[in-house]
Design a protein around this ligand. Structure first.
Ligand SMILES: C[S@@+](CC[C@H](N)C(=O)[O-])C[C@H]1O[C@@H](n2cnc3c(N)ncnc32)[C@H](O)[C@@H]1O
Length: 278
């Protein structure tokens, strides 16, 4: 039976309000992926933001789908090649196709997955993430990455931090500017993880299609609830300090784990790396 600690009617009422006046990152992303958990304000923000994209909104949607597919490849790799059975997916987003638990539990049904997001729309849809196999477990925590201790304490109800865990930070660290010290947050999460744990990060780039990326992010930040801070490959590499990069290393987001890398990123410039804690 799925764990329903945060599900409707189980002590989290009144639910946080869903603001349909301002576009939200989670809902804009859902719209790009073809989901239905978005509002007119989110669709308008996406249309405004990606007007500057070569190929326009449709090309951007294809790029976002490629980025999401890379998440699937990373989880499959961690489960199948590295034997990981515990996942902490922070900034999980609105449930889509191939959520982390579905991919991991296809490889190993006993896998245990904790999802975290801070957006009320994700909380409202979280029951769609609580569909674990009977052998495994899934949980959802409504929390902010700025509070790693709270996340770790709550996740410990489902995950055993004495054993390896994969910490997944996909498309989230770029919402943390330098003043919010994302590297310290990552270090705090890793400090609790057992040796043999993994960190997987995907992060929007300022050194891949720099003009298109900067114009689009600028346009989006006029409309969405969170501004983004693009980083270079070297800056993203710092999140992996003290860890050992595995697989292809720190590569363009949409290319990670492809059997035949094209050597050409989609315009959605970003860096993706997976690394092991020694
Ligand atoms: C671009 S989506 C990425 C979704 C998914 N990880 C993926 O890569 O397909 C970013 C998600 O991070 C969440 N997020 C942003 N800042 C956050 C924070 N400080 N704490 C928790 N979640 C956050 C947003 O609500 C959104 O759902």
């Amino acid at each position: 039976v799925a764990d329903t600690r945060s599900a409707p009617g189980t002590g989290r009422e009144p639910w946080p309000e869903i603001n349909t006046e301002v576009a939200h990152v989670a809902r804009v992303y859902d719209y790009l992926l073809g989901g239905k958990a978005n509002f007119a304000v989110d669709r308008k923000a996406a249309e405004h933001g990606f007007a500057a994209w070569p190929g326009g909104l449709e090309a951007a949607r294809a790029d976002v789908r490629s980025a999401r597919a890379a998440l699937g490849r990373v989880i499959r790799y961690l489960a199948a090649e590295q034997g990981i059975r515990q996942f902490l997916d922070i900034g999980s987003g609105i449930p889509a196709e191939e959520n982390v638990h579905q991919v991991a539990q296809q490889v190993a049904p006993e896998s245990r997955i904790v999802y975290v997001d801070h957006d009320p729309i994700v909380l409202a849809h979280a029951h769609r993430l609580l569909t674990s196999t009977p052998e495994g477990a899934t949980d959802y925590i409504d929390a902010d990455l700025a509070e790693p201790k709270e996340i770790l304490d709550k996740a410990a109800q489902t995950l055993d931090f004495g054993k390896p865990v994969a910490i997944i930070l996909f498309g989230i660290l770029h919402f943390f500017g330098p003043g919010q010290h994302p590297e310290q947050i990552v270090a705090e999460l890793l400090a609790r993880a057992a040796p043999g744990s993994f960190l997987a990060v995907s992060h929007l780039a300022n050194d891949v299609f720099p003009e298109e990326m900067s114009e689009t992010i600028g346009r989006l930040s006029e409309r969405v609830n969170q501004g983004a801070f693009l980083r270079s490959r070297q800056e993203v590499a710092r999140f992996f300090d003290g860890l050992e990069l595995v697989g292809p290393g720190l590569v363009q987001m949409t290319e990670w784990g492809l059997d035949q890398p094209t050597g050409q990123s989609a315009v959605m410039g970003g860096w993706l790396g997976v690394a092991r804690k020694p």
